[in-house]
Design a protein around this ligand. Structure first.
Ligand code: FAD
Length: 234
């Protein structure tokens, strides 16, 4: 007790110590990882007024400057976009991801950079950078339904989800309104409708296929994808 008091007195009195250090480096919330999950969590926490620290293991990615291939044409790449056999052989796991190619390889973790042991086959596709795999995703944004939340339980795999679709549905709406997702309201129970922007239009072949499927297989659906458009003209 006495020691603590003496120490506090010394800290207060010393002009050479940064006595605000602890306060400046104390956070209400610390988020590990800046991908879609961590990035969104940090956004929400900041908006609610919490002092938030985001820790990211990967490099910073600066808009424009760090997209070295964004404006390349296929013929600008040494292998027209495909990866050479040596790269594929050196990266058997990440090579199984359809999007690992010459234009995008700099956003993927290579197999030998961060190896991991697999008890059962498991392709762990990673992107260690600010934004994580949000720099790679294809922008398809379907909601899960109870078909998904109940599937593993019905098949006796792992543990039952502690939530069901009705618990998460309002949060899907919350995110969709912020992000902007285009789609159609098809009333398919296992593919719930969302808070959609106008859908992309089907081309004439797709329209023909849709009407043909609906005529011949009334229980099957061909719909335009639920999608987060890069830009959207309304
Ligand atoms: C090519 C591709 C296409 C995809 N397309 C779709 C799609 O169309 N629709 C869809 O719904 N999903 C899609 N996905 C999946 C989707 O992108 C991911 O599920 C989602 O981005 C994961 O976000 P996350 O924040 O959970 O994880 P991540 O994006 O992996 O973020 C994790 C972050 O944590 C950081 N990190 C890890 N360990 C540490 C540590 N110890 N300390 C600090 N930081 C750390 C990482 O560097 C990374 O930035 C796609 C994925 C890929 C690869």
């Amino acid at each position: 007790m006495e020691d603590n008091e003496n120490q506090n007195d010394r800290t207060k009195g010393s002009p050479n110590l940064n006595t605000k250090g602890i306060a400046e480096n104390t956070y209400d919330a610390i988020v590990i990882g800046s991908g879609i999950s961590g990035g969104w969590a940090a956004k929400e926490l900041c908006e609610k007024g919490l002092k938030t620290l985001v820790l990211e293991r990967g490099r910073n990615v600066e808009h424009i400057k760090d997209y070295p291939t964004a404006n390349n044409n296929p013929w600008d790449f040494p292998h027209r976009g495909r990866l050479p056999l040596k790269t594929v052989q050196e990266n058997p796991i990440v090579s199984r991801c359809y999007a690992f190619e010459e234009a995008t390889q700099h956003f993927f973790v290579k197999d030998n950079e961060h190896p991991y042991s697999q008890e059962k086959p498991f392709d762990w596709i990673r992107g260690y950078q600010v934004g994580g795999k949000s720099l790679l995703w294809a922008r398809w944004t379907q909601r899960w339904s109870d078909l998904d939340f109940e599937a593993n339980n019905k098949q006796g795999i792992a543990v039952d989800w502690p939530i069901r679709y009705k618990d998460i549905a309002p949060w899907y709406s919350y995110v969709e309104k912020f992000v902007g997702i285009s789609g159609t309201r098809d009333r398919i129970p296992h593919l719930p409708d969302g808070e959609f922007l106008p859908p992309m239009e089907m081309n004439c072949v797709e329209k023909h296929l849709k009407s043909s499927i609906e005529k011949n297989y009334p229980n099957r659906h061909l719909i335009i994808c639920f999608y987060q458009p890069k830009t959207f003209d309304t």
